[in-house]
Design a protein around this ligand. Structure first.
Ligand SMILES: [Fe+2]
Length: 258
């Protein structure tokens, strides 16, 4: 297999983020997986990627040749390209998928609990919190609407792992008005992802506000597309402020379905 461009970043204690390539219409918008060392000393991946080369060697060095990887949790229903390869790389791990992963790959071996039920199940709660956005379709009927996903938070390192729900675009230089060195925003498909009823926009807003309150210790954010925010005091406030940019979409939705 041709080697993908990939690199491993140590984000904080027990949390590594691996950046990989993902091309959409010729543009490399990037993708990610995270590796977490659990309190029980074993390891867990968030998402799947065809790890190879130096990065696979580094992962093997951390995880006793992969034997210490106990689980792989796929968090985005439409991120499916690397799922089969991940099961080949870590055949002894328990692989969790969303309902869409299970129906798209019925020949693979899946845990009984789907990823969207992990928060309610309490699985991995010693190390991670999970959250599914309210008021939006989790698996849209439109395959181009990638808004929703299961978000994960690792309190020990203060790190949020998020696929498409929040996007982060790093910029080379600081810009006036933007603040920081990049743009954090809700995925542009929010308007289409909102459920077609009046209260959906308010439910979504309340979900994000609660998330920022519950995950108030967050200071790192790893976004699939397309970058990482590190060591930022006030990160929960910055996440909350994505609602301000989205306010026209949320208001228009409420009027359209009122
Ligand atoms: Fe995506």
């Amino acid at each position: 297999m041709a080697q993908n461009k990939q690199k491993l970043l140590e984000i904080g204690p027990g949390f590594w983020n691996i950046r990989g390539s993902f091309r959409l219409m010729g543009l490399d918008i990037g993708t990610q997986v995270s590796l977490i060392r659990r309190k029980n000393g074993r390891f867990l991946f968030l998402d799947s990627f065809s790890l190879d080369g130096d990065v696979l060697e580094q992962v093997h060095a951390l995880t006793d040749g992969g034997k210490a990887v106990e689980a792989v949790v796929n968090l985005h229903p439409f991120h499916t390209v690397h799922v089969e390869q991940m099961q080949m790389l870590f055949p002894k791990a328990t692989h969790y998928g969303t309902a869409r992963h299970l129906s798209k790959f019925p020949h693979l071996k899946w845990a009984a609990t789907v990823s969207e039920d992990l928060e309610a199940s309490g699985l991995f709660k010693e190390d991670l919190a999970f959250s599914v956005p309210a008021g939006v379709d989790f698996i849209s009927g439109n395959e181009n609407v990638h808004f929703s996903s299961v978000l994960a938070y690792h309190p020990a390192s203060g790190t949020i792992h998020v696929d498409d729900t929040l996007t982060y675009t790093a910029l080379p230089n600081q810009l006036p008005l933007v603040g920081g060195k990049g743009v954090l925003a809700l995925h542009p498909t929010l308007a289409v992802a909102l459920e077609k009823r009046e209260s959906a926009a308010a439910e979504f807003r309340e979900w994000l506000e609660n998330l920022c309150a519950e995950w108030e210790g967050a200071r790192n954010l790893c976004a699939a597309h397309n970058g990482v925010i590190r060591d930022e005091l006030g990160l929960p406030g910055r996440i909350r402020s994505t609602l301000t940019l989205a306010m026209p979409v949320l208001t228009a939705h409420r009027f359209r379905h009122g």
